[in-house]
Write a protein that binds this ligand. Structure first.
Ligand code: FUL
Length: 698
């Protein structure tokens, strides 16, 4: 008891002493550098994948492509900049060189560049044109320089590292100020390599001399942040789908990380006990691929998907780097522009009117009872002022009291991160009709956290910080009432061939067509699942019956139904194998560890068809394995004589696990065989999430 009393008195004395002068809390853990702080403020900017792959319709070029192929007909970097600016983005990062080694600027280091291409008779410089356009539109410029170079003959030798550094030096010196330098983690493997056509392995921890690379960037572009799996300034978020974990620390044990780090899953949430400030950048593409493919013109991400990505990146303490695959004309495609603007409009609507600023705010604890750190500082619209609690107070609440009950469905919080990221656990509640209800309970906040919840009419909203690494420092608390949002309907088919259309909100009406026309409210109303057994495109819209608002038309092509399909051969009696043809890419079938000899699947389609292509969904598991990277597809009339219909590579299938669609010259047959020639990482197992065929030109 005496001891306890002593400690209490001592703490009180310390507190009183501490509060004689009102000081900001001491930093907790690693804190951001000025260049990292400037980067946090950018929030949203564009990635542009454009170079040789744009003209070869590939995701990963081999490096053996002819410079003659690079010839955009209407290249206009001012259009890129205008689009980015109007979309509310703050900068553009361009793939100056991708893995195939083709350089978008007339480098002195290789002949494999724009200077030998037909574009502008070899006098053009895409990097320069973009630098000029960014200047004109008030945007920042960043550059992606792939360390891996599948073209360079010296790749794998020390000579190439010098070339790589020299390329970097050219980019750092000739194009004005850069805000970010982007290094990809994909490294080493097969390539053209000056005609050697070999596989070359490097040690990506040491080969590129990262320390020297960083030093050069610091010297020539002191304000630029360096991106890679492990920074040193900003980190990859550990997926290319566009999300950070809900728990997302901006600190990591950085010394454990290197480009190509196998524990990349940890990049999604950071390390609570991180040793360095290393915030996450969420990179994803507006289309399935990073590069432009005409075949994906209809797969530009829907508005709900883009809105979700916004909330799961910026709303989860990350910056949002959205890729625009510039097309082979040299322009951002019209559909992409339209979706970008739709996203901007929707986000502007969601955050149109801030509701907390005009209200009364109170906190359960205010640092030294000082007006410098009172609760008002969280609602004054100024990031640099913040509500703070006393030393030793890591649990406290802040309450917003409205004059009259107010509809709310969004909360936005920001910690004052120049003093470190602190909050570990918090809870948001609302008082509705005199009763408090919990809206959400979450973990980290960081630079920015946004929560969405069902609309409540609240007289008060309270944030309880339940645990923090030190005294709380909250810069921003904002509340919004986003308007109702119609979500695109989801169209799926089951193995029996029954098509279902779903939306999360039962109150909306659904209209559907199967003849390719866009549905209207005069089309067939969807009442329940219906059969689609032969090739057809199903389209649907969702309509809010209260105000007539409707979604864009969602379209889904279905080829042959799979109800009569049967796996034959060694796996005939395997009960699970049906998962590779159940129309659900989220279920899969894979060979056992000890059945590594099985690397192909044979299916009896039940009848003979003229086939024009096939599809393969790679496994969608969080920790994928057994993904086919090189394939052969065969067709047979009788399961005895086989004809090879096509053979090839699924480029970047590991990072971008979308449905792989391959077309070939028509072949007739009743049996099909998908054979894995190579698997990612040389896995012994082979996995199949879904196999499909095409019998039309869709
Ligand atoms: C990946 C690369 O391999 C892709 O091609 C793309 O550039 C993406 C942004 O990073 O890892």
């Amino acid at each position: 008891m005496i001891r306890k009393a002593h400690i209490l008195t001592l703490s009180l004395i310390l507190l009183l002493m501490a509060c004689q002068t009102v000081e900001p809390p001491k930093p907790v853990g690693p804190t951001p550098s000025q260049r990292q702080m400037d980067w946090h403020e950018l929030q949203y900017y564009a990635f542009i994948h454009f170079n040789m792959n744009t003209f070869t319709n590939m995701e990963w070029g081999t490096g053996g492509e002819s410079v003659d192929l690079f010839n955009p007909t209407q290249l206009d970097t001012r259009q890129w900049a205008k689009v980015a600016k109007e979309a509310g983005m703050k900068g553009i990062i361009l793939t100056a060189k991708h893995h195939d080694g083709f350089c978008l600027w007339p480098t002195k280091t290789t002949e494999h560049s724009v200077k030998n291409s037909p574009w502008k008779d070899g006098k053009g410089d895409v990097v320069q044109e973009l630098a000029d356009a960014c200047k004109e539109y008030g945007l920042k410029l960043g550059l992606y320089l792939s360390p891996w170079d599948r073209n360079n003959e010296h790749y794998g030798q020390p000579e190439y590292v010098e070339i790589f550094h020299e390329q970097l030096r050219e980019l750092l010196t000739n194009y004005g100020e850069l805000f970010e330098v982007w290094f990809d983690g994909a490294n080493g493997g097969s390539g053209y390599y000056g005609g050697a056509n070999k596989t070359r392995k490097i040690d990506n921890k040491t080969y590129y001399e990262w320390e020297k690379t960083t030093e050069m960037i610091r010297e020539l572009q002191p304000n630029a942040v360096i991106f890679s799996d492990g920074g040193p300034d900003i980190r990859w978020v550990g997926n290319e789908e566009g999300w950070a974990n809900e728990t997302n620390w901006s600190v990591m044990r950085r010394d454990e990380i290197h480009p190509g780090w196998p524990r990349y899953v940890e990049l999604r949430s950071g390390h609570e006990d991180g040793t360095h400030w290393l915030p996450a950048e969420v990179n994803t593409s507006i289309r399935p691929g990073w590069y432009y493919h005409p075949g994906e013109d209809h797969q530009v991400k829907t508005l709900p998907r883009l809105v979700r990505t916004y909330y799961e990146s910026i709303g989860r303490n990350g910056n949002f780097l959205l890729n625009l695959p510039v097309d082979d004309r040299g322009l951002v495609h019209e559909t992409d522009v339209q979706q970008l603007m739709a996203l901007k409009t929707q986000i502007d609507k969601d955050f149109a009117q801030e509701l907390a600023q005009e209200s009364i705010v109170e906190a359960s604890n205010v640092r030294c009872n000082s007006s410098t750190f009172n609760a008002e500082k969280a609602i004054d619209g100024n990031f640099d002022t913040y509500w703070a609690t006393d030393d030793g107070t890591t649990q406290a609440s802040i309450t917003i009291r409205f004059d009259e009950p107010t509809k709310v469905n969004r909360i936005l919080l920001q910690e004052y991160i120049p003093l470190g990221q602190r909050i570990k656990k918090f809870k948001v509640s609302a008082e509705v009709d005199g009763t408090w209800q919990v809206l959400d309970e979450q973990t980290t906040v960081g630079y920015k956290r946004i929560l969405r919840f069902e609309t409540v009419t609240a007289s008060q909203v309270k944030v309880d910080i339940l645990d923090a690494k030190g005294p709380i420092t909250l810069s921003t608390l904002e509340l919004y009432n986003a308007p109702p949002f119609l979500v695109d309907p989801k169209i799926t088919r089951n193995r029996e061939g029954m098509v279902s259309i779903e939306v999360p909100d039962d109150e909306v009406d659904l209209y559907v067509t199967t003849n390719g026309d866009d549905p209207t409210t005069a089309s067939q109303k969807y009442e329940g699942p219906f059969p689609v057994l032969t090739p057809a495109t199903v389209k649907a819209i969702a309509v809010n019956p209260n105000n007539g608002q409707q979604t864009q038309a969602v379209s889904q092509y279905f080829d042959l139904a799979k109800k009569d399909w049967k796996v034959v051969g060694a796996l005939e009696n395997n009960a699970d194998v049906v998962k590779l043809m159940d129309e659900d890419p989220y279920t899969f079938w894979a060979t056992d560890k000890d059945a590594s000899d099985i690397n192909e699947i044979t299916i009896d389609l039940g009848a003979s068809h003229t086939l024009t292509g096939f599809s393969y969904w790679p496994i969608q598991e969080r920790y994928p394995f057994g993904m086919i990277t090189k394939y052969e597809f065969l067709v047979s009339p009788d399961n005895r004589t086989w004809k090879s219909a096509t053979k090839g590579e699924f480029g970047n299938v590991f990072n971008n696990r979308i449905e792989q669609k391959v077309k070939f010259e028509p072949v007739s047959g009743r049996y099909i065989k998908l054979r894995a020639l190579e698997k990612h990482n040389g896995d012994t197992r082979t996995s199949f999430a879904e196999i499909g065929v095409f019998t039309t030109n869709q």
